[in-house]
Design a protein around this ligand. Structure first.
Ligand SMILES: [Zn+2]
Length: 474
């Protein structure tokens, strides 16, 4: 996307922002038939590591989300939503702030979201919303500044081993709702079962998708570890297809299990009469590579399996399904949420509100086309950027786990949506045009004087075992 460079939101603006009197107008959606009289509750669910194309509503062959069918029948499905970064920390920072990674600059594990940035939770809390979050991702927690704006923030809790099960999150939500929190509320949820090692309870694995893993199956075992950590690309040929198949089985089972649990959250809202007047957004922070391009995990490339995320938006009062294929970004969530909430005053964000197309899906065709820019600076995984513009996507690799340095990849995503045919050599004019556009967008938005993420890596020391289990560290 074109990132405007003329806005500075930092420092003083944040301080004054909380003093702005925010209008508390109820959301009005023509789709609802009748406008709700109360400001809506807002539930934002970010399923960690859920790639869009493994969901049945996105055309996947397996029934990975049957429990969400009813929800999908009352929601708008965005078929082309991407994350501005292929891994958790910069992506969730963008969801929270509406800012492109080039602007918030939170690219590293153990660094904190700067206090000077304005989060969507802060704006909602200032506007009168009760704000609560539950995140089971070890990097999305108060230690790293992600609790800004939340009255209540429940973090991952586990010290060792993998993340808590999403069922614990459902239990937490049930208890919280039973206590009758003040309305309107904003609830943020980030479950982790779909993140490697794709854990689900044993009983569930037996009855869900695919075959249970063999005893020899090990997430991030060899040769996965050697390929991803040591750049041993020669070992790709030794990856057993049965292993990849089993990996996909475990991933899909975790997706199925998680969507079943998310449906329970929707049922809890319904049983308390809260579902109808709630804006519900269901999405993911990034996808997952399942050997699509010879790799695993995420944060390792700019390919579609990592950037394409699901996005369902159920407006307050919405009763019918709708589908929008216009490219949108997770950056768009911030302005959309505030528009639906009826909050007029807000900081600068890089996204654009989806409210007009949610109200009138036919207006999507008239939107200005825009380019979307992606950035990743995860050392030893992938350092570089990408831009997608119409039928082309250009990737700039500064370094990556494959030991590529300063390389370019160009894909015609209309004829080659899987991004397997590199056109960088024979489409030099397109490459040059997109290169200029991408570099301009990123350099205009890097803020050398802006807020700097603070190094809090010392807080990770006690979590080493847990992070190792998740594949983040050796
Ligand atoms: Zn993530």
């Amino acid at each position: 996307m074109q990132l405007p460079a003329d806005t500075r939101i930092f420092g003083a603006m944040k301080r004054s922002f909380g003093m702005v009197l925010l209008a508390l107008a109820a959301a009005v959606s023509p789709m609802s038939g009748c406008a709700p009289e109360r400001p809506p509750n807002i539930v934002l669910i970010v399923i960690d590591t859920l790639r869009a194309d493994h969901l049945s509503h996105y055309g996947y062959g397996r029934p990975t989300a049957p429990a969400l069918d009813g929800f999908a029948e009352t929601a708008t499905l965005f078929t082309d939503c991407t994350s501005p970064a292929p891994w958790t920390v910069p992506s969730v920072a963008s969801v929270m702030t509406g800012l492109h990674p080039a602007r918030h600059r939170l690219h590293r594990m153990g660094f904190a979201l700067p206090e000077d940035l304005v989060t969507v939770a802060e704006v909602l809390r200032d506007g009168g919303w009760q704000t609560a979050a539950v995140s089971f991702n070890p990097y999305i927690r108060p230690d790293f500044g992600f609790d800004q704006g939340f009255d209540l923030f429940e973090d991952h809790r586990g010290k060792f081993g993998a993340s808590p099960d999403v069922a614990e999150m459902v239990h937490w939500v049930d208890t919280w709702l039973t206590e009758d929190p003040p309305q309107p509320f904003f609830l943020y949820l980030q479950p982790m079962n779909v993140h490697g090692p794709y854990k689900v309870p044993k009983e569930a694995r037996r009855v869900l998708l695919g075959r249970p893993p063999s005893r020899r199956f090990k997430y991030f075992g060899e040769p996965m570890r050697a390929i991803m950590r040591k750049g041993r690309l020669d070992l790709r040929e030794q990856v057993d297809p049965a292993y990849v198949e089993s990996l996909i089985d475990q991933y899909d089972t975790a997706v199925r299990y998680t969507t079943d649990q998310v449906a329970r959250i929707f049922a809890l809202l319904s049983s308390r009469g809260l579902f109808d007047n709630t804006l519900i957004i269901l999405t993911a922070d990034h996808g997952e590579e399942l050997f699509d391009h010879g790799g695993f995990n995420h944060g390792t490339s700019m390919h579609r399996e990592l950037l394409h995320v699901p996005l369902y938006v159920k407006m307050p009062g919405q009763r019918e399904a709708s589908q929008i294929s216009t490219p949108v970004s997770l950056l768009d969530l911030f302005p959309t949420i505030l528009d639906v909430a009826g909050l007029q005053s807000r900081p600068h964000v890089d996204g654009r509100s989806m409210l007009p197309v949610l109200d009138d899906p036919s207006s999507a065709a008239g939107l200005d086309p825009r380019s979307l820019v992606y950035q990743c600076k995860w050392q030893k995984h992938f350092v570089g950027s990408a831009i997608s513009s119409g039928r082309f996507k250009l990737v700039k690799i500064i370094s990556n786990y494959e030991r590529t340095s300063h390389g370019w990849r160009l894909y015609d995503v209309r004829s080659d949506p899987g991004e397997h045919i590199d056109l960088a050599e024979n489409q030099s004019e397109v490459l040059e045009r997109l290169r200029r556009e991408m570099d301009r967008a990123i350099s205009q938005n890097e803020e050398p004087q802006g807020p700097k993420p603070e190094d809090r890596r010392h807080l990770l020391a006690t979590d080493h075992e847990r992070l190792r289990a998740l594949g983040y560290v050796e």
